[in-house]
Design a protein around this ligand. Structure first.
Ligand SMILES: [Ca+2]
Length: 118
């Protein structure tokens, strides 16, 4: 399964001396991937792509949004969506999913995917 991480918007200003340094971690079936860090912006544009090996469409893809900091990372929100739900999004337009994170309704991350091939 290929997942494309496009962009985020309305990220919180979580730094004292700056905006936000957003990055996203995706995990599924013991596989983990991290995007690049988009420094000092509330509207990051990652345009990163990752490929996961999926054996069961009912598995959840866990998408977690963080603010990068010198001292570590700060959790901003996360979302779980099953591969089945992703594949049911259907045509090209619906491949664009604005995923509302659960921790803060203002945090949004847009992902899209290509059809799941099993
Ligand atoms: Ca930061």
């Amino acid at each position: 399964m290929n997942v494309v991480l496009h962009e985020g918007k309305n990220l919180p200003q979580s730094d004292n001396w700056g905006l936000c340094d957003g990055f996203v971690r995706m995990e599924i079936n013991g596989q983990s991937w991290e995007s690049s860090v988009q420094r000092n912006t509330l509207r990051p544009a990652w345009e990163d792509e990752v490929q996961f090996i999926v054996s069961d469409k009912s598995e959840d893809l866990k998408i977690t949004l963080f603010d990068w900091d010198m001292a570590g990372e700060e959790l901003l929100g996360s979302l779980n969506i099953s591969c089945e739900e992703l594949s049911e999004l259907g045509d090209e337009l619906k491949h664009h999913l604005w995923a509302m994170t659960q921790a803060d309704e203002a945090n949004q991350v847009r992902t899209s995917h290509h059809p799941v091939h099993l």
